[in-house]
Write a protein that binds this ligand. Structure first.
Ligand SMILES: Cc1ncc(COP(=O)(O)O)c(C=O)c1O
Length: 237
């Protein structure tokens, strides 16, 4: 019985699939939180132009740059694995498969978008990327690709998680990135929260706010987001 499906290296995808043109009805546009109007390219200037274009794109297939494919090939194609124990536990005749993304150096699927985001920033001469992390998967993924592509990375990690998961912090340091518990004293947002409650455990939303504030207050620095917008799903597949 075949338990794993392994693609050949030459079968690795050359395009990202963008699901938007195939949706039966278009998604509602994301709104600017201040104006409540649909986001425009200007609202997204914390990202490089190539990523904003991808966010707005209705193109079904988006070519994967050669450099990105070269980095992917360090661990991809990732195996499709039959979840036999789960099938037995469920006592189902169905065959269940999962894509084992744990074989990436950071141990999750998150480098798939991190490589692409860091690459497009590098192409636009961005020196530093800031981001948030919760459990630490996303922060370590971006730190990994920062080290591969020569781009500095600064991570704000939800404080309670920063204290509970020292090994993610070590991985991030190992790949040469900076990491701070959020709320931190590095931003207005963080200082305000700490003034009201020095023991605030932090949250993903707060870490996002700190990372964005850091990006807009520093030269040649952009922000990388761990999910949410269309392009990340397009990029990850
Ligand atoms: C926007 C955003 N940033 C960061 C994260 C947290 O990632 P992690 O728990 O891997 O640190 C998530 C969750 O996946 C997210 O949606």
């Amino acid at each position: 019985m075949e338990k794993k499906v392994l693609l050949k290296e030459e079968d690795m995808p050359k395009f990202w699939y963008n699901i938007l043109p195939d949706l039966p009805t278009p998604l509602s546009p994301p709104l600017n939180p201040e104006t409540k109007k649909p986001l425009t390219a200007d609202d997204l200037e914390i990202f490089p132009k190539a990523i904003i274009e991808q966010e707005m794109s209705n193109q079904r297939e988006i070519p994967i740059p050669e450099k990105v494919r070269e980095i992917y090939s360090l661990w991809r194609p990732t195996p499709l694995v039959r979840a036999l124990n789960l099938e037995r536990a469920l006592d189902t005749p169905a065959k269940i498969y999962f894509k084992n993304e744990s074989v990436s150096p950071a141990g999750s699927h998150k480098p798939n978008t991190a490589v692409a985001q860091a690459y497009y920033n590098k192409m636009e001469s961005v020196k530093t990327l800031t981001t948030e992390t919760g459990a630490g998967q996303w922060g370590s993924a971006l730190a990994l690709v920062g080290s591969l592509l020569g781009i500095d990375v600064r991570v704000y990690m939800v404080k309670v998680s920063y204290e509970q998961k020292p090994f993610r912090k070590s991985m991030i340091h190992l790949w040469g990135a900076e990491i701070y518990p959020s709320p931190s004293n590095r931003t207005e947002t963080g200082r305000k929260i700490l003034k009201d409650n020095p023991d605030n455990p932090g949250s993903l939303g707060l870490a996002i706010s700190e990372a964005i504030e850091d990006a807009i207050t520093h030269e040649n620095t952009k922000y990388a987001l761990g999910s949410v917008l269309n392009m990340f799903y397009c990029i990850r597949l």
